[in-house]
Ligand binder design. Structure first.
Ligand code: NOJ
Length: 454
């Protein structure tokens, strides 16, 4: 058991997203999303396994909630499928989709688990993609309309919202093509990143207009680049990776606009997005918290540069490896929090909205024995404790993920869950880490005043 100094009000959760767990891809009036199309296109997803059924949470959400109860989660981070709620992307609302999320949200509340809901976790309605998708700036209005519907239907019960999850995925989908919709157009990709920020702004506006109680933020991932040496080329490579990965978004959200370094590079590449008057004001509206997904760092070495547009790095880490090959660097969470404070002046609340690791080969013989995950999560919780001790306002921690699920282009080959899925029955089977996490949460709960435990 790690030694933790977490305040009594600190909350423990687990996270998933709609497309990765729900299945029911065409059930009850749902429209296809770009990930349905991508998964049905040969060669896009590992083993050509689409997310048609995934964990079947569309039908088995009760099992998910039972698992959360067993682990004793305080809170659960989930997302909504836009094309389940609005199959045409705009306009008509699919009541069956509303009913489904009402059942999930009410079930969570009955179980004493607070829902934390993300509006967009990568599954754009295909009909909107057919109109240009994220590369079309009208997406900000489409998203605003969708957000208004969501706050109207669920705003009375959900207290924590996020507009977008990891908008860098939009670059992966439009600029590089390894995510849906699989486009490889750098100019469209940069425009799509800018448009995503506009959509975020529209979502915040819709939230304020709805007057719902609760709070809204955005979820960013920080994989800080560390230059392998102080050579000019390594340092430049690190800057480029940071700019592409997270500074693009933070500069606009918190820094008054894209930095000169970003502008110069994109202008030189001919990929600088078109920005209209008023865009910056829309993007930088106040938010209530920042969601931080943090998994590790990336050490960049220009002599190993693979030349790809996205990574431009070699994941050549400092030496402490997990069994799945990733570097174990739990201090990444403190580094990221310091960066938010020092470079962007953010001293407000932060929720660690994702942290976790995929099983490595040592789980092959027995998928339930995931000691590596316990080591990994312990390390991060210890560094979160340290960050809080140093004055960072970290309010909660969400382990990615509640159960093994559809890991995007890697299909079902990467397993991040604290529960496995029985391949025959799809039953959720807790791994060793789930039982360990249950004990961590129970020990922490004892530190809370009795009224809070209720
Ligand atoms: C980031 C994403 O938000 C999530 O969808 C993904 O499964 C995990 N990290 C693990 O890669």
């Amino acid at each position: 058991m790690p030694t933790l100094y977490l305040p009594p009000h600190f909350k423990f959760g687990a996270a998933t997203s709609a497309f990765q767990i729900e299945g029911g891809w065409n059930a009850d009036g749902k429209g296809p999303s770009i990930w349905d199309t991508f998964g049905h296109s040969p060669g896009k997803v590992k083993n050509d396994e689409p997310g048609d059924v995934a964990c079947d949470s569309y039908h088995r959400y009760g099992d998910d909630i039972a698992l959360m109860r067993e682990v004793g989660l305080d809170t659960y981070r989930m997302s909504l499928s836009w094309s389940r709620l609005m199959p045409e992307g705009t306009g008509q609302v699919n009541q069956a989709g509303v009913d489904y999320y009402n059942r999930v949200i009410d079930g969570l509340l009955d179980a004493g688990v607070d829902p934390n809901v993300t509006l967009y976790h990568w599954d754009l309605p295909q009909v909107l993609e057919d109109r240009g998708g994220w590369a079309n700036r009208d997406v900000a209005d489409w998203f605003g309309e969708y957000a208004t519907v969501v706050f109207d239907r669920f705003g009375d019960r959900v207290r924590r919202w996020a507009t977008l999850n990891e908008p860098i995925a939009i670059w992966a989908g439009y600029g590089v093509g390894f995510f849906a919709p699989g486009r490889t157009d750098a100019r469209a990709g940069r425009q799509a990143m800018h448009n995503a920020l506009l959509a975020h702004g529209s979502g915040v506006q819709a939230f304020r207009a709805a007057g719902s109680p609760g709070e809204i933020g955005i979820v960013l991932d920080i994989w800080k680049r560390h230059p392998a040496t102080q050579s000019a080329r390594d340092v430049a490579l690190a800057h480029e990776g940071d700019d592409d990965g997270f500074r693009f978004f933070l500069d606009a959200l918190r820094g008054g606009g894209y930095s000169d370094r970003i502008r110069h590079r994109l202008q030189a590449e001919g990929t600088m997005p078109v920005i209209h008057d008023g865009d910056q004001e829309l993007i930088e509206q106040p938010i209530d918290y920042l969601g931080l997904n943090v998994y590790s760092r990336i050490v960049v070495d220009s002599t190993k540069n693979d030349g790809s547009q996205f990574a431009r790095t070699d994941p050549f880490p400092g030496g402490n490896f997990l069994d799945n090959g990733q570097e174990f660097y739990p201090r990444a969470v403190l580094d990221a929090l310091n960066l938010l404070r020092d470079d962007y002046g953010w001293t407000g609340p932060v929720h660690i909205t994702e942290n976790g690791m995929a099983d490595g080969p040592s789980s092959d013989s027995d998928p339930l024995q995931d000691d590596e995950r316990i080591r990994y999560v312990s390390g991060f919780l210890e560094w979160i404790s340290e960050a809080i001790r140093e004055g960072h306002d970290v309010r909660s921690y969400y382990l990615w993920s509640l159960m093994d699920n559809f890991e995007w282009s890697a299909g079902f080959s990467m397993k991040f869950g604290i529960a496995a899925l029985d391949p025959a029955t799809l039953d959720r089977v807790p791994k060793k880490s789930a039982l360990w996490y249950r004990d961590v949460i129970a020990a922490h709960r004892k530190t809370r005043p009795t009224a809070e435990q209720a």
